[in-house]
Design a binder for this molecule. Structure first.
Ligand SMILES: [Zn+2]
Ligand SMILES: [Zn+2]
Length: 422
């Protein structure tokens, strides 16, 4: 069966998250989005874990469902922030743990609970190095999947420019063989990762990292296999193109750390501009926050555009609410935009509208400009002012001029993109 999976989300017990991020409400939103497999997020948090034990029913396939949405399955997942020093540098790495059941998750909780305070945050901070954390998880169950999260973000990731490493081996040592996948994160996409031959054997996952239900599925993984924990994990580990079809991607320019710069100094640089300034901010004279594009360029051993033979395809898209907002020339939180979003998602799941509906049906159900907007996004025929130093990029679908008028002229904008589904 076709499975659309979003395996990295957060509960209401993580910092800056919506209180609606509980299993029942997430399942309802998953239905609206067209997602049928969700991570539970934050299984390490004692209260969230208790709620999961109460709400989730085992489905007999290593996954769980809720009574109210039996077609949406859950996989126990959590994210740990490891902060430690190695090689004379402070390292801050986020990793996702996927577990084959709440019993295994509980064992992990019992072990990690001795190393730090798991109730302090849905995404707890431990002083345990990433490599030791991986060993702990594998000792409990080798059926778990351990995945470096948003692998390129500057501050909290395995390849991050500020506190990461230059390779998976440098981070995980002899345990690197247990790393089958990394999460590309919102600010990078598979095409960027294809530039590193070191990642050819690694499966690239895409998840929303959502902090509120409306953001679920903004990135996701599409499988064609049995709805079964082992089957899905096996498809990821083997990078099996017959079962793992493609990933759904944010345009990476929209991510918060695509380009370089300083938010407070209002400096947004492309990697080439940063190089001309020796990575120093011309306003405050301090080092720039080097974004994902630059960091990929630093570690890459291939030119842009290279496609490895075993690469999984990917499709870029933009959230429906942003397309409606562009079509109506109104903010994403305005009444008219929300009304149109509710109307459309009442007819079809959001991902079906964005990905699958024929043009004629789009024009039938949506306003002309919204339908045109979806078609333009599908073709990659859009303009984006790239995100930098924690600021999201801004997409403009209909007019490059009107978007440019809103922003200072120095800000570079990304070129029109091509989709990469093959
Ligand atoms: Zn994270
Ligand atoms: Zn500055």
């Amino acid at each position: 069966m076709k499975i659309i999976a979003d395996l990295h989300v957060h509960s209401g017990f993580s910092r800056a998250t919506s209180k609606d991020m509980n299993a029942a409400t997430m399942a309802m939103w998953a239905n609206k989005k067209g997602i049928n497999l969700l991570g539970t997020g934050d299984f390490t948090h004692p209260v969230h874990f208790k709620n999961l034990q109460k709400t989730l029913k085992p489905a007999g396939n290593g996954l769980y469902t809720t009574p109210s949405e039996p077609s949406v399955f859950f996989m126990p997942t959590a994210e740990i922030s490891s902060i430690y020093s190695q090689g004379g540098k402070v390292r801050r790495i986020h990793n996702i743990i996927m577990a084959p059941g709440l019993e295994v998750a509980e064992k992990i909780n019992n072990t990690l609970g001795k190393r730090g305070n798991l109730s302090s945050d849905g995404r707890p901070i431990l002083g345990t190095p990433a490599k030791d954390l991986l060993k702990i998880v594998m000792d409990i169950s080798e059926d778990c999947l351990f995945v470096p999260a948003h692998a390129w973000t500057p501050w909290f990731s395995v390849f991050g420019s500020k506190s990461g490493f230059d390779s998976i081996e440098e981070c995980f040592g002899e345990y690197a063989k247990y790393i089958y996948a990394i999460e590309t994160g919102l600010s990078s996409d598979p095409e960027m990762n294809w530039r590193l031959s070191a990642l050819d054997k690694i499966t690239l996952l895409s998840n929303s990292d959502a902090h509120s239900p409306g953001k679920l599925g903004r990135e996701a993984n599409v499988f064609d296999c049995k709805m079964d924990y082992r089957e899905i994990i096996d498809a990821i580990r083997k990078k099996d193109k017959t079962r793992f079809l493609y990933t759904l991607e944010f345009f990476p320019e929209e991510g918060k750390y695509h380009y370089d710069g300083h938010r407070l100094c209002n400096i947004l640089f492309s990697p080439a501009e940063s190089k001309r300034h020796n990575n120093i901010c011309p306003v405050c004279k301090k080092p720039l926050t080097v974004g994902v594009m630059n960091r990929v360029d630093e570690l890459a051993d291939r030119q842009e555009g290279f496609v490895p033979p075993n690469a999984l395809p990917c499709v870029h898209m933009a959230p429906l609410v942003e397309i409606i907002s562009e079509a109506q020339v109104a903010g994403v939180n305005t009444v008219g935009v929300k009304r149109e979003y509710e109307k459309l998602t009442g007819l079809y799941p959001e991902l079906t509208i964005l990905m699958d509906l024929p043009d004629a049906e789009l024009f039938k159900i949506a306003g002309r400009r919204t339908a045109e907007g979806i078609i333009k996004v599908r073709a990659g025929d859009i303009n984006i002012v790239p995100g930098y130093d924690g600021v999201y990029g801004e997409i403009s679908i209909f007019s490059q001029k009107s978007a440019a008028a809103k922003k200072s002229d120095e800000k570079p904008s990304a070129v029109i993109r091509q989709q990469n589904l093959f």
